[in-house]
Write a protein that binds this ligand. Structure first.
Ligand code: TYD
Length: 200
């Protein structure tokens, strides 16, 4: 049976590196895996991503464009792949909108819940891996990047709010999440992921 798995965490948590490895592990077990990302995942979504990461805009516009890109992604990529029996792993999904636009920027949580209902009322991830790290650790990892996007340029307090936004989502629907302690060395994180793979 196909599964929809999402990876979440704040910038610098290391989720993208682990996602590639995780997808390989599933493929080695004979599964057909589609790896995708948000914002993005479709030609239109990638154009919206370019704007979202680089162009200043109001918080409402930001939230609407995130969900516009998501609508396209859900209809054109995620649902067709799941229907075809494939596994889908997305680097971020709606939890990121609650964490970044909601908790980070201050966008009303209820409005985001309405958009979520509109865009994917009948679809939620089967499992979300949340890569959790203290903000200082994430900031330190990002400091090696040469160019930072509009979100990565935010200050520490913004990321404290983002992290607590993720924790709030996890409290609302705990059974959907696996929380990974991503402050640990890479080998230990892999060990945690191996256990999750064995369980699914
Ligand atoms: P990210 O996965 O961090 O891309 P990269 O690893 O290439 O830097 O995602 C880009 C940014 O988009 C990230 O800072 C979080 C932000 N974002 C939101 O603010 N809301 C959303 O709904 C999504 C999907 C992403």
């Amino acid at each position: 049976m196909s599964k929809f798995i999402t990876f979440e965490g704040m910038d610098g948590a290391g989720k993208s590196t682990h996602l590639a490895w995780f997808a390989d592990q599933l493929r080695q077990r004979g599964l057909e895996v589609v790896v995708t990302r948000e914002p993005g995942g479709t030609p239109l979504g990638e154009q919206l991503r370019e704007m979202l990461l680089n162009q200043p805009m109001s918080m409402g516009t930001e939230a609407l464009l995130m969900f516009a890109a998501r609508m396209e992604h859900v209809e054109e990529v995620i649902k067709p792949a799941l229907r075809a029996g494939k596994w889908v792993i997305s680097d971020r999904f709606s939890d990121a909108s609650f964490a970044y636009q909601g908790a980070g920027r201050g966008m009303d949580w209820g409005k985001l819940a309405q958009l979520e209902q509109w865009v994917h009322a009948d679809l939620q991830p089967d499992l979300t891996l949340f890569f959790d790290v203290p903000v200082e650790v994430a900031r330190e990892r990002l400091s090696n990047n040469v160019s930072l996007d509009r979100f990565e340029q935010e200050q520490g307090e913004f990321f404290e709010r983002v992290r607590s936004g993720y924790h709030q989502r996890i409290r609302e629907i705990p059974q959907r999440y696996a929380v990974i302690d991503a402050a640990q060395p890479m080998a230990d994180v892999k060990h945690q992921l191996e256990k999750i793979i064995a369980s699914i």
